[in-house]
Design a protein around this ligand. Structure first.
Ligand code: FES
Length: 158
């Protein structure tokens, strides 16, 4: 059996418009519930070229200790950070939201964010990228909000 050691900051799953760029394996367990959050930035006014079509995310390396770079989270999409298990979304330009990436149904790691919905691959639950609420079951509880902050081009835990 080979051991794979991957920098957890690089093990993110970038998703947008149904496109999934997988950087890590699924993790089934964990818990990272915390408080409600919303972080905003003036990213849309900076002339970033990714504003037109949220189908791919630019490959920008976040700062050390950051969960993700602002520029890698497409509008309508998101980034899934496996450790700690957090999904970061940008439901509208310049507004970032974060939730635990562990599905409350049976504990699977969510797999993608497309068209402002967070997808659980295990049984098909869908959650709002705006507030984490259940859009489609079988999950009956929404995703717990996580507290983040935008620091320059980085998104960090708050
Ligand atoms: Fe997510 Fe069942 S674990 S839908």
């Amino acid at each position: 059996m080979e051991t794979e050691h991957v920098d957890v900051q690089r093990r993110r799953i970038l998703t947008a418009g149904g496109l999934v760029l997988a950087g890590g394996a699924l993790a089934a367990c964990g818990g990272a519930g915390s408080t409600t959050t919303e972080a905003t930035t003036g990213a849309s006014a900076s002339g970033a070229p990714a504003a037109a079509t949220p189908t791919t995310a630019p490959a920008t390396t976040p700062a050390a200790g950051a969960l993700a770079s602002v520029s890698e989270i497409p509008v309508g999409g998101g980034v899934i950070v496996p450790e700690p298990p957090i999904v970061i979304t940008q439901p509208t330009a310049g507004t970032f939201k974060a939730f635990t990436a562990i599905c409350p149904h049976q504990g699977c790691l969510v797999s993608e964010v497309a068209e402002n919905q967070i997808v659980c691959p295990c049984h098909g639950s869908l959650f709002s990228a705006e507030d984490g609420a259940v859009v489609q079951g079988p999950a009956v509880e929404g995703l717990t909000a996580a507290s983040i902050a935008v620091q320059g081009d980085s998104i960090v835990l708050a």
